[in-house]
Design a protein around this ligand. Structure first.
Ligand code: SF4
Ligand code: SF4
Length: 319
């Protein structure tokens, strides 16, 4: 039996179970995606129909205008495929000191989307690109045939525009199966050496992100009969040093309808933040003061955030 994550966290410090202060607003523009990756925790695909509309985007814009120090973290699905993506980027310009775009990179090589690299550069978006390995075989196995070559082509284009030197370009590694990543700093060195030697590509940082046992990845684990084993592995690698740094203490995630969650994983599991009266909270009515000190909704999938060096949307939690 795996001890409830909540108990494990409380035993270290009950405060770690509570929201501390808002630093990052993560918005999920929808579950439409050009890829169909085996590790996807949001079940995104080309038939994704939960797409954030202009009205919710406007509410997010208003929220940012009232909270000028927040980082805006844009994710999906493939966020670039939201029909209002361009407008959203234009509207949020100047409202936040830092905008992160989570991209699967391959979209920027598709016909009809090749304007994206220049557009991102002109709006100074930090790009966080998924590249689960520096080897073609592993990337294509996880993401589909041809994805590696498209990603490499896009990374070269981004480099030529100043990404990786003048503007931040970070990459994301996630394990190719049910194991915990090695040390982030060591993997970053290996990625830099390999991508430079093989393709002349440069980037700033590598983020290692542990696969969450939810969504399509959970389905794979269950089909293989390894779900419980993977949960035990994550729990067995629980690192108390990471516990105070879990990202949900400083991040709020917003779904396509504007509903608020502790993180993107909880969003995928449909576990929204609840007001004291039991109602769901929407970005249009979110007052940070109401959620400060509020208990975070934790469950067993949370073990993916505290295994080894820990994991978050910006990589390891301890070095
Ligand atoms: S992991 Fe990312 S790129 Fe892959 S299907 Fe899911 S949302 Fe799309
Ligand atoms: S899965 Fe979400 S709620 Fe759970 S510890 Fe990780 S960030 Fe926090």
């Amino acid at each position: 039996m795996v001890l409830p994550f909540k108990e494990r966290l409380q035993a270290i410090n009950p405060e770690f179970e509570t929201f501390e202060s808002l630093q990052t607003l993560q918005v999920n523009l929808g579950n439409l995606c050009n890829l169909h990756c085996s590790h996807c925790h949001v079940d995104a695909s080309s038939s994704g129909a939960e797409i954030m509309g202009a009205e919710v985007m406007e509410q997010i814009t208003l929220f940012l205008a009232c909270h000028p120090t927040l980082t805006l973290d844009i994710t999906g699905g493939c966020p670039e495929m939201n029909p209002n993506f361009r407008k959203f980027i234009e509207r949020t310009g100047g409202l936040t000191p830092h905008r992160l775009l989570r991209s699967n990179l391959a979209i920027m090589a598709e016909p009809g989307w090749k304007w994206l690299p220049e557009f991102c550069r002109s709006h100074e978006l930090t790009i966080i690109g998924s590249l689960p390995c520096y080897l073609e075989e592993n990337v294509d196995h996880q993401r589909g045939d041809g994805v590696y070559q498209k990603s490499i082509q896009v990374l070269k284009r981004l480099n030529s525009l100043g990404y990786g030197s003048e503007v931040e370009l970070n990459l994301v590694y996630n394990p190719g199966g049910d194991f915990v990543s090695g040390k982030q700093a060591e993997l970053e060195v290996a990625y830099k050496e390999e991508l430079s030697a093989r393709h002349g590509i440069v980037f700033n940082h590598l983020f290692t992100i542990t696969n969450a046992p939810i969504g399509r990845f959970r389905e794979h684990l269950e089909a293989d009969g390894t779900y419980t084993e993977y949960l035990r592995l994550l729990a067995g690698r629980f690192n108390p040093e990471t516990a105070g740094n879990i990202m949900c203490r400083t991040l709020i995630s917003v779904d396509w309808l504007g509903k608020v969650y502790n993180c993107d994983f909880n969003q995928a599991l449909m576990m929204p933040v609840m007001a004291d009266d039991g109602s769901e909270i929407f970005i249009s009515e979110l007052d940070e003061r109401d959620i400060r000190g509020k208990k975070i909704l934790l469950s067993q999938h949370c073990y993916c955030c505290t295994a080894g060096e820990g994991s978050s949307c910006t990589g390891a939690l301890v070095g």
